[in-house]
Design a protein around this ligand. Structure first.
Ligand SMILES: Nc1nc2c([nH]c(=O)n2[C@H]2C[C@H](O)[C@@H](COP(=O)(O)OP(=O)(O)OP(=O)(O)O)O2)c(=O)[nH]1
Length: 130
């Protein structure tokens, strides 16, 4: 089981950031939320802020943690810890990903997500309707 923190980053235009894994990564070309594996001695939100800086070079603030989602891929299982984050500043410079896009919540389900992210997207969409 791997533990992965991921960030649903919202901007002030009501859009959400999705990043696409590169061909060289596992789950190639799948869309995901930026983030990565939790390291020893790190809290989940420390992981997310560290990974966003590393992968995108931007500054964000955590607004809310969503429920963890456990999923099983053919070769490994994953506990995904999703956070809703607010974009603060900086220009996105991709260090690992193939591409990124900002899109409105109603378009999120049109992307080809890593399977573990689909329940996260649904949870996020339900949280918006409350
Ligand atoms: N970052 C991230 N990874 C995800 C998501 N959904 C999902 O299934 N994954 C999977 C893809 C990878 O197999 C794993 C995360 O590993 P990673 O390689 O991106 O993380 P990392 O940068 O910390 O790892 P490493 O290269 O340092 O070993 O979780 C998601 O929304 N965000």
């Amino acid at each position: 089981m791997i533990f992965v923190s991921c960030a649903i980053i919202e901007n002030s235009n009501g859009q959400v950031l999705a990043t696409r894994r590169s061909e060289a990564m596992s789950l190639p070309m799948k869309w995901e939320f930026a983030g990565g594996k939790v390291e020893h001695g790190e809290t989940y939100d420390e992981t997310i802020l560290r990974k966003i800086k590393e992968e995108l070079g931007i500054e964000t603030k955590v607004s809310k943690q969503l429920k963890v989602v456990i999923s099983h891929y053919p070769n490994f299982s994953i506990t995904l810890i999703p956070f809703i984050c607010r974009y603060v500043n900086g220009e996105i410079l991709l260090h690992e990903h193939h591409e990124f896009t900002w899109l409105t919540a109603n378009k999120l389900l049109s992307l080809d997500w890593a399977a573990a992210d689909i329940p996260v997207v649904h949870q996020y969409l339900s949280s918006l309707q409350i």
